[in-house]
Design a protein around this ligand. Structure first.
Ligand code: NAP
Length: 288
């Protein structure tokens, strides 16, 4: 069954629209009005400011928290004046870091639980048994409900899954990045009932960078948008929605109209040939 989109908040703060508290409240309510209740964050968004900005809206309107699900991520240490202690960008999936991040996110969102915590990037020094212990403890304390990863390889997921249930995997999947179709990530999600979430589902820079690949994709998507009588955005998401793993797109628009379109893309059933036309536009050639 197709899964409704997750709403990505990366561009809602200082990395994008810089919404004020009222605007956060409005867009959260608008998303809820169309049944979209899951919001994707990371500790680093807005150089560590977007979680707290979003949290102000939850504090301001205390009816919101119980209606929404919050995903957030930890494990990237970003170089920014907001974290002067960091001397270099690095990854940290130690138990202490995961626990500290979760505790900070709880404060930022003015909540006592996070629905889903993801490890944002694979940390070479990650000890899977240590991760398992802290995740199990945080679940037991009621501070997190589910756990997953982002941008991991299949072998990294396999190793971690020997010690702790990996319930979600968020990777980049779109017409400009179809690696997950071939590298085993989606097969692993299907076979192990891991929810597959796609970040940048519209294609990183699709509308701003005029690369040959982007132009080919947009040309084909426009042809199909006429055939199916829907927008190009809907065609780009309908491509992902056809995959049997039931990819959950994490849509990054700051415009409610485009968020509505993302939900409506669930209603489009591309035929197989049209899926393969888009794939050929992405790769530049037909399948062998
Ligand atoms: N796990 C990770 O490593 C990772 C990495 C990156 C992102 N993420 C998550 O994934 C979410 C989505 O990422 P994303 O924002 O890159 O996704 P996206 O949905 O692929 O792209 C959204 C961007 O495309 C623009 N856009 C969409 N349709 C357009 C059109 N027809 N014409 C012009 N511009 C258009 C949007 O502008 P408007 O705002 O004007 O609509 C927005 O800037 C993020 O919010 C974040 O939660 C996760």
């Amino acid at each position: 069954m197709k899964q409704k989109p997750i709403v990505g908040c990366m561009r809602w703060g200082v990395w994008g629209e810089n919404f004020n508290t009222k605007q956060y409240e409005t867009i959260i309510e608008q998303c809820l009005s169309i049944g979209l209740d899951t919001f994707d964050h990371a500790d680093i968004y807005g150089h560590y400011t977007t979680e707290a900005d979003f949290g102000e809206a939850l504090k301001n309107n205390n009816s919101l928290r119980s209606q929404i699900k919050i995903i957030t991520k930890c494990g990237i240490n970003m170089l920014t004046p907001n974290r002067p202690i960091h001397e270099i960008k690095s990854y940290n999936a130690s138990a202490a870091h995961i626990r500290n991040s979760v505790e900070t996110s709880l404060k930022n969102f003015h909540t006592d639980y996070i629905d889903t915590i993801l490890i944002h990037r694979p940390d070479i020094l990650m000890n899977p048994e240590e991760v398992a212990l802290v995740i199990q403890a945080l679940k037991k304390e009621g501070k997190i409900k589910t756990f997953g990863v982002s941008n991991f390889t299949t072998s990294q997921v396999n190793l971690l899954a020997k010690f702790v249930a990996v319930e979600h995997h968020q990777v980049e999947i779109s017409l400009t990045n179809i690696a997950a179709f071939d590298n085993g990530v989606l097969n692993q999600c299907y076979g192990n009932k891991i929810e597959a979430q796609s970040w940048s589902p519209m294609g990183n820079g699709m509308f701003t960078e005029k690369t040959e690949q982007n132009l080919r994709i947009l040309f084909t998507a426009e042809e199909l948008s006429i055939k199916y009588n829907v927008s190009v955005n809907k065609i780009l998401l309908a491509f992902l929605y056809l995959h049997p793993v039931n990819i959950v797109p994490v849509v990054g628009s700051t415009k409610f109209e485009r968020i509505i379109e993302a939900k409506e893309a669930m209603n489009i059933d591309l035929n197989r040939e049209d899926f393969y036309k888009l794939l050929a536009a992405s790769t530049g050639h037909e399948v062998a």
